[in-house]
Design a protein around this ligand. Structure first.
Ligand code: UDP
Ligand code: MG
Length: 321
């Protein structure tokens, strides 16, 4: 059986079409399916539409959060509710076409445990496209594991992978990174990412930034190392200057006829101070990001709270122990 996890946040306009497209594409999958729709604290009619959908077609099960917990959390929760042998994750706005899933399933049947979509063409504006482009390159450079370039959460995963994801305790989840971290045989398939079918983008700039930080920070120490190396570089540079200054004071030493006193000092002094202050604060902020994440983990709060669900026998705990 195939389980399809779909996070929804205020997607009322997309639900009828989503249903139609999934049911339409399902004969190509050669397998039974269930859809697990995760309402991420929507404030529009999403939840009532999901209730009706389940009444109409019991393959479309749903859970509903007590508030907005975010896309990655919604995906993680949905994964815990799956029962299929193979699991797909798609967006509710039909940017990831269900009609492509049969190609993914073919690869899975050939023995790949993770088959992820790689975006060939994006239909977003140039600013967003370049931001994504740069982000994925920085991410690749930062992280200690190999996270595939330009691939989002659109994928199918074998039960083994999902079982591993479900026992991972972390609160700040970057699902596509965790997915690569698990390993096994993984492969990317290029696909064209379409425009959102209806409605506005639900990822605000702030949420996107948070996601980007999670990606960079949860998988490496590289950002910390960079600030360390940068600090060392500054130290070395100032040590050389100090030596030069003393030699000048004591011996009247000059380089190319210059002495430190020949240079008017104020501007350079202020610039150096400001620059270093800035660099220190940035590093402190970086530490803060790591510290905040440690704080999140230590609190041991549940990942999400389900206020309503239908189609499942039990409630899946958001805790692991
Ligand atoms: N989404 C969610 N919670 C959020 C934001 C988004 O569940 O807080 C869902 C949204 O309904 C959609 C998917 O995540 O199904 C991707 O969101 P969106 O289309 O806004 O982002 P993008 O396509 O730009 O990545
Ligand atoms: Mg979208």
């Amino acid at each position: 059986m195939l389980s399809i996890v779909i996070p929804l946040f205020n997607e009322e306009e997309n639900i009828p079409k989503l249903y139609e497209r999934i049911v339409g594409a399902s004969p190509t999958w050669n397998s039974a399916f269930e859809a697990i729709l995760v309402d991420d604290g929507s404030t529009d009619r999403t939840l009532s539409l999901l209730r009706k959908l389940y009444q109409k077609d019991s393959r479309f099960k749903y859970i509903s959060f007590s508030r907005n917990f975010g896309h990655q959390t919604a995906v993680s929760a949905g994964l815990r509710y799956t029962t299929g042998d193979v699991i797909a994750v798609i967006d509710a706005d039909l940017q990831d076409p269900p009609e492509e899933l049969y190609r993914f399933l073919d690869k899975w049947r050939q023995g790949y445990q993770v088959v992820y979509g790689v975006r060939t063409k994006r239909k977003e504006n140039i600013f967003k496209r370049s931001a994504y482009y740069i982000f994925y390159r920085i991410l690749a450079w930062c992280s200690s594991i190999k996270i595939p370039l330009d691939s989002g959460d659109f994928c199918i995963m074998d039960r083994t992978i999902v079982d591993w994801l479900n026992v991972m305790p972390e609160r700040n989840r970057f699902v596509r990174g965790l997915r690569s971290w698990i390993g096994y045989r993984q492969i990317g398939i290029p696909y064209e990412r379409h425009k959102r079918f209806a409605g506005e983008v639900k990822y605000t700039f702030q949420k996107l930034l948070r996601l980007a930080l999670d990606g960079m920070i949860d998988f490496s120490y590289r950002p910390l190392q960079v600030s360390g190396i940068f600090g060392l570089f500054i130290c070395f540079f100032s040590l050389v200057s100090i030596v030069f200054f003393f030699l000048h004071r004591i011996l009247g030493f000059r380089v190319f006829g210059y002495s430190p006193q020949d240079v008017p000092g104020f501007t350079s002094l202020i610039l150096a101070t400001l620059f270093l202050g800035g660099a220190q604060l940035t590093t402190l902020g970086l530490f803060g990001e790591y510290l905040g994440r440690i704080f999140d983990e230590v609190k041991q709060r549940p990942l999400y709270i389900v206020k309503e669900q239908d189609g499942f026998e039990t409630k899946k705990e958001a805790y692991n122990t």
